[in-house]
Design a binder for this molecule. Structure first.
Ligand code: HEM
Length: 531
């Protein structure tokens, strides 16, 4: 089956470097690249040596800013195909015909560390997919946790500043934990649900091939008739979900910091193509308020007992990129890259993301023309009146304005044949306020649900993780405040964590709900707060 993205990439490949002699950027053949041009054997190097100057200048300019978050990643190409037509709930063209394969590029990442950090750290993993659809690019920019740490994007800079190392020395405070992160957590209990996931084995995946992915936010599907349905996206790996244990994760950091990216690369090279099933949780518009949480709150899941996940298609990754920088580093995902049939909700975290990604990419990728970089270029035709800017590589023809009676410029689409993007006609009205619905304040019900769904050994790992991370926080007040929040999630959890990190145990009533299995003696855990 033809892969339109692969065909497009062919056109951008550099000439075969082994096919002829070295040249300059101007195509002039170079006879010598080992000695600069000088006056005599011991004289100064001459400015006129244009090859020498070009070689050094180009080297000096090789680096670009790394992503402000998710800097370390690995990517691969592949395809997506739906199982059957989804016309009943979305008009998105790539979800209509099981015979149509849509090319994709996926980038997996860690969040906190810089580009050169280790793979197997305790962290969230990014799971971002670019679908090169016939109607334009659609990006599903997800994570391997179904919930996020904050509810409103205005807090994102605060959250990320707390997560990143200290500004004065670029080292996290405490022995290896982040005092600043735990300070933020203890003062912002909306982080707790994601923190429970972070302390669980989900935060140290065995392989990118064995990771779930989640769109996190509630999005909207829209049919050809304009009917909306709320939707949550889920990727499920065919190989199942597998994690490392903490000891293994730490050892990998030393022995093979590229453990996860190597695994992905090697599997694809060996023809062991990783595969995921895309599933959706669908909620009719009329059921918007049928839950005891708000669908617009990204710290909450929709329990699968309430809304089952419906499988709608599968994705296979079958080709490694040919150049890490050109493709994996320069790929630019954006939550606002949507296609007809997929729309947003008023989730305040999603709304912030819809601003942030393009904004950051304008600086990271050096101006507005990064959509012309091969990995970002749609396979759908692009016709805009946007012009110029740094790194313009398209030779536009004609005039570039609308309306236009002189034979140029792109006409606006009347949308009569249904192919243009039309925004969902949501009715909104209300006063301008800085407040969300009351259920945004419930920070404990779903973390408790998560804890209660764990097997005993999973609970044990979570307690160990809290002891390891929180136990290194210098400020006892931060430890104690975090334990107080944990007591509202589960008394037994809080007690066990408190015992391991030298802070007072929560009160008897708070701690009444002990760990489920009496046979599980956490006192026997190795390390008691340090592994
Ligand atoms: C990357 C902002 C929340 C998933 C990024 C980047 C920024 C950003 C600025 C770097 C993008 C680039 O340089 O190309 C934000 C803001 C958020 C937010 C402001 C909240 C208001 C989330 C959430 C998720 C997520 C909730 C998951 C559902 C990702 C992923 C990447 C990323 C996967 C890496 C994309 C790649 O591989 O290139 N984010 N983010 N982010 N973000 Fe977010």
């Amino acid at each position: 089956m033809e892969d339109r993205k692969q065909q497009q990439r062919e056109a951008f490949r550099a000439d075969d470097p082994t096919a002829g002699p070295l040249t300059t950027d101007q195509g002039v053949e170079v006879d010598h690249t080992d000695d600069s041009l000088s006056v005599g054997e011991r004289g100064p190097t001459l400015m006129e040596d244009f090859h020498f100057r070009e070689k050094l200048t180009r080297f000096d300019h090789e680096r670009i800013p790394e992503r402000v978050v998710h800097a370390r990643g690995a990517g691969a190409y592949g395809y997506f195909e739906p199982y059957e037509s989804c016309a009943e709930f979305t008009r998105a063209a790539f979800l209509q015909d099981p015979a149509v394969r849509t090319p994709v590029f996926v980038r997996f990442s860690t969040v906190q560390g810089p580009k050169g950090s280790a793979d197997t750290v305790r962290d969230v993993r990014g799971f971002a997919t670019k679908f090169y659809t016939s109607e334009g690019n659609y990006d599903l920019v997800g994570n391997n946790f179904p919930v996020f740490f904050i509810q409103d994007g205005i807090k994102f800079p605060d959250f990320v500043h707390a997560v990143k190392p200290e500004p004065h020395n670029d080292i996290p405070t405490g022995a290896s934990a982040h005092d600043t992160l735990w300070d933020f957590v203890s003062l912002q209990p909306e982080t707790l649900h994601a923190i429970m996931w972070l302390m669980s084995d989900r935060a140290i995946p065995r392989s990118y091939r064995m990771m779930q992915g989640f769109g996190v936010h509630t999005f909207r599907f829209v049919t050809a008739e304009g009917r909306g349905t709320f939707v949550k996206f889920h990727w499920k790996p065919k190989l199942g979900v597998h994690s490392l244990v903490w000891d293994e994760a730490q050892e990998c950091q030393g022995r093979d910091p590229d453990f996860n990216r190597r695994d992905l690369w090697d599997a694809i090279e060996a023809g062991e193509y990783p595969e995921w099933e895309l599933g959706v949780q669908l909620v009719p518009e009329e059921d918007e308020f049928a839950f005891d949480f708000d669908l617009l709150d990204a710290t909450k899941i929709i329990p699968e007992e309430q809304v089952p996940v419906r499988p709608i298609g599968r994705m296979v990754l079958n080709r490694n990129p040919e150049n890490f920088f050109a493709e994996t580093e320069q790929v630019a995902f954006h939550t606002a890259n949507v296609v007809p049939g997929i729309d947003f909700t008023n989730d305040p975290l999603l709304q912030a993301r819809n601003f942030s990604y393009l904004d950051t990419q304008l600086i990271r990728l050096g101006g507005p023309n990064f959509t012309q970089i091969p990995v970002n270029r749609p396979v759908a035709p692009v016709r805009t009146n946007q012009r110029d800017g740094y790194h313009q590589s398209t030779i536009h023809r004609g005039t570039n304005y609308f309306p236009n009676s002189l034979g140029g410029g792109c006409p606006a689409h009347a949308g009569v044949d249904g192919s243009a993007y039309t925004h969902y006609a949501e009715r909104v009205d209300g006063a301008k306020i800085r407040r969300r619905s009351a259920s945004f304040q419930d920070h404990y019900t779903q973390p408790a649900m998560f804890w209660n769904s764990m097997a005993d050994w999973e609970k044990q790992h979570i307690v160990e993780a809290f002891r390891f991370e929180l136990g290194k926080v210098g400020a006892k007040s931060v430890r104690a405040r975090t334990v107080e929040h944990l007591a509202k999630v589960n008394g037994g959890l809080a007690t066990e964590v408190a015992r391991g990190i030298g802070v007072p145990e929560p009160s008897a009533t708070q701690a009444a709900d002990k760990l489920s299995s009496p046979a599980l003696s956490l006192e026997s855990l190795r390390g008691e707060g340090s592994v």
